[in-house]
Design a protein around this ligand. Structure first.
Ligand code: SF4
Length: 240
């Protein structure tokens, strides 16, 4: 299930360099303009069931809602809309809203007054792609009150020492970069992060090899359709 209350993004870090969604597509469609969408109130939309004579939400209870996957929930251009978005999230405690961000440093802006230690129905993933960004973003990420959090290492561009930042983290995901100009992802980096997670008792998932995948000193060019499957076939995930 997807909710895009706004759309559009622009590059802010190393991992954005070959962002597939905002490369050619952005030039054609103006995707680097941040705009509020017609779906802004989607989680509140209802449908009347004449046979049962009941009105129910279109977004079914109990689902995970992938939020802002064509933008960033914390992008500055959405500051004026975010308060209302938080309010919608609060009104649907039966859904799990999940967002991934490269702008976790903007988390406190427009935070609801009753946020407290975090809403139970919000899961936030902080993206890091190299050590410098991990050392900048993760101390902030782990210091903010968030009930459910994970680290998304993607696109993984180097080995990363995550060990100082793994407390209160539910999951670490890893994936290589996709696309014609993708930079390589070394399987040793993946294994190293997995080992750190094991030691810290944090769930680990290898999601995608990326397009340029180095294993046992051999560089493989992997078809996009195979990248997720090959990552799964390594059988190194601690989650399904
Ligand atoms: S923040 Fe994400 S969506 Fe935005 S340009 Fe960077 S990689 Fe693309």
């Amino acid at each position: 299930m997807v909710w895009e209350p706004w759309t559009g993004c622009y590059k802010i870090s190393d991992g954005c360099t070959y962002c597939y969604y905002y490369g050619l597509y952005s030039k054609r469609c103006g995707q680097n303009e941040v705009v509020k969408t017609d779906d802004f109130y989607k989680p509140m939309e209802t449908i009347y069931m004449p046979r049962k004579k009941i009105t129910k939400y279109k977004m079914e209870s109990g689902k995970t809602v992938n939020t802002c996957f064509t933008t960033d929930f914390f992008i500055p251009e959405a500051d004026e809309w975010r308060t209302e978005a938080w309010n919608i999230i609060k009104q649907r405690p039966d859904l799990n809203f999940l967002f991934i961000t490269k702008r976790i440093d903007r988390f406190p802006i427009s935070l609801p007054n009753d946020w407290g230690e975090g809403y139970d129905n919000v899961t936030i993933g902080c993206t890091v792609e190299n050590q410098d960004l991990a050392d900048y973003r993760l101390p902030l990420f782990t210091s903010f009150p968030i009930k459910h959090r994970f680290i998304a290492c993607g696109p993984l561009l180097s080995n990363i020492n995550l060990t100082p930042y793994l407390h209160n983290i539910e999951l670490v995901t890893t994936s290589g970069e996709t696309g014609r100009e993708a930079r390589e992802c070394d399987y040793n980096w993946i294994l190293n992060i997995r080992e750190q997670c094991e030691k810290a008792d944090v769930a680990f998932e290898f999601r995608s090899t990326g397009s340029q995948f180095r294993k046992d000193s051999v560089l493989y060019n992997i078809n996009p359709k195979m990248q997720h499957r090959l990552a799964c076939e390594t059988n190194i995930n601690s989650v399904g």
